[in-house]
Design a binder for this molecule. Structure first.
Ligand SMILES: [Zn+2]
Length: 104
């Protein structure tokens, strides 16, 4: 997390801003279970809890989506995943706007 300046690599939530933001940070593995580099810190990034779980079937759906992980840099893996995280965030945003009073 220190390497990533305590900032979510997907939505840029800044964990240095306040205690609640910091508590929301987690480790996000960029490689699927069983991959030999999965626990290499180079392939683990800072993510807020929402972004970490936004697409929790990400690895299960990889083949169906035609995405793979081998040979990609840390940043390329983040960018690849970010598209799916962003899609979920946008759905939640629309839901909130419609269902949560005073939502902006
Ligand atoms: Zn985030």
């Amino acid at each position: 997390m220190k390497r990533d300046n305590f900032i979510c690599r997907y939505c840029r939530l800044d964990g240095t801003r306040n205690y609640d933001a910091w508590l929301a940070l987690s480790w996000d593995h960029l490689l699927p279970k069983g991959h030999p580099e999965r626990d290499n810190p180079d392939y683990i990034v800072t993510a807020c809890n929402f972004c970490n779980t936004a697409d929790n079937r990400y690895f299960d759906n990889a083949v169906k989506r035609g995405i793979s992980f081998d040979g990609l840099s840390q940043q390329a893996l983040v960018e690849q995943r970010k598209a799916y995280v962003k899609s979920t965030r946008e759905k939640y945003h629309a839901f909130r706007a419609e269902n949560v009073s005073n939502a902006t």
